[in-house]
Design a protein around this ligand. Sequence first.
Ligand code: LR7
Ligand code: MN
Length: 576
Amino acid sequence: MAEHMPDMAVTTVYENQFLDDDFPLKGGVEQQSDVSAIRKQQQVTRTSFRRSQNGEGVLSQPNSVLDDDNKTVFGEMGKPVVLPGNLATEIKKIVDEGWKNNAFNQYASDLISVHRSLPDPRDEWCKKPGRYLVNLPQTSVIVCFHNEAWSVLLRTIHSILDRSPEHLIREIILVDDFSNMPHLKTGLEEYVLNYPKVKLIRAKKREGLIRARLLGSRYASASVLTYLDSHCECTEGWLEPLLDRIAREASTVVCPVIDVIDDSSLEFHYNDAGGLNVGGFDWDLQFNWHMVPEREENRHKNQAEPVWSPTMAGGLFAIDKKFFERLGTYDSGFDIWGGENLELSFKTWMCGGTLEIVPCSHVGHIFRKRSPYKWRSGVNVLKKNSIRLAEVWMDDFSKYYYERIGNDLGDFGDITSRKELRRKLKCKSFKWYLENIYPELFIPSNAVASGEVRNLGYGNKICLDSPTRSSDLNKPAGLYPCHKMGGNQYWMLSKMGEIRRDDVCLDYAGSDVILYPCHGSKGNQYWSYNPHTKQLIQISSKKCLAINGSREKLLMEECDVMLSRQMWQFENFNAT
Ligand code: LR7
Ligand code: MN
């Protein structure tokens, strides 16, 4: 497996000569490997800018500055790169190609130095002398990638090397998860030879990010593992506060604050400690963010202190290697993407550890709106991973997830060894976790009714149907033919009279019936269901929920027990 690892003993450090002094490095599929080819490509991109007459293709100046040699540099101090609207056709083609291959603006990234500077996002509290232990453990930083853009991958690596104390980095382990973009197949060995701390490991087949991370950990020699996605930028002082927590207590798993690198302009936006979020999840087993709960805020004197988080986002964290192994690392039956973050979060808490977000540590991540790479065809990978997770760690609470996927489990493989692991570790129950670590989560057993909400008018076929992503909030709730597969048709009527899914509630303020974050103070979200008349009455307006004749819109109208369009049937109703 180690055939591609460069020989550490013979590598020499050369200062990187061809990336920091020139700007564009063309990434993407047509990437070439050797230095001269890269240089040539830089020139091509550059002249295509220089050549343009009449302002075409010239970048707006506020985002670029001149460096000492009078060359234009972009994105310094985390500033955005804004491409002009009137790009020359041949450049526009390259820009579009970059978006297509990466789901972010690779062209903009290629204009930015792989050593670009960033603002220092730390609170003063973090910088106080003596804040961290003097003898911090070393770490192996593991970065897995599948078809990552060249400039983005390199900026990840350089931001680690440039902004970490050298003695704390034992090595950076790059795990290539079977990429097929040419620039990753050939150019990388040569590039990393310049950096003796960087090791490159190639997976022999596509493993998915979970098994790729496990592969990386096998090569790690430091006592602490630090995982990062392959499109990150570490800020000044990111590492010490993470290692400090682990040095003090080896069962503490730590995450940096994840700052947003804009997918289009590559602008680095940092969150200050006041806007800190912690991780949660919903019963679709989707990770989400929410505000630091009050009970947690009360534990702290300063807002820059590490906060307990019920879950982690997944990609960016540090963990003591022995503790990770004791927890049984990841379920290697997890494929490609997803679920592993909740698995590690649940078992960290349930099996004696602590999961924290450390506000003194900031790392940027490019958040994208779609996944640019291939998943497996024919299998719902995320669902399979989530079922394995639910079976092993969630006890009876797994049923709430299963309701959401229409109780269709399919083949999720063998999990006996994972169950055995949990037994051996004598971990606490999922009920304990929910009560003590995530009491904010709405538990479906507190619902009076659940499942699909079917309208009995106009042929009995229409159900309340809406996604509940943050982009769907404040918009009218929808209707769709009933499909019995859970998902967007799964609703709960809470004891408090809310019609909700996870943190989102049906809300009527006099115009459209919309979805809105649940606020728990009744008002516009307070409904009463009458199981005899089957009406859903909003208490404050005394109006009834109905659908229009063309069955595509919800409306509120005077209640009338004779109107079947005002009648609703919950899939499960627990009369009390
Ligand atoms: O088959 C693959 N092999 C890989 O090596 C697929 C992906 N990968 C690599 C990929 O190149 C990247 O470095 O794995 C990493 C994560 O994949 P992304 O960046 O496409 O996904 P993401 O950022 O949406 O992933 C988030 O959720 C994942 C669930 O499995 C992982 O936990 C990711 O690490 C996680 N990313 C973060 O936590 C960053 C913050 C995002 C949020 C919230
Ligand atoms: Mn990512």
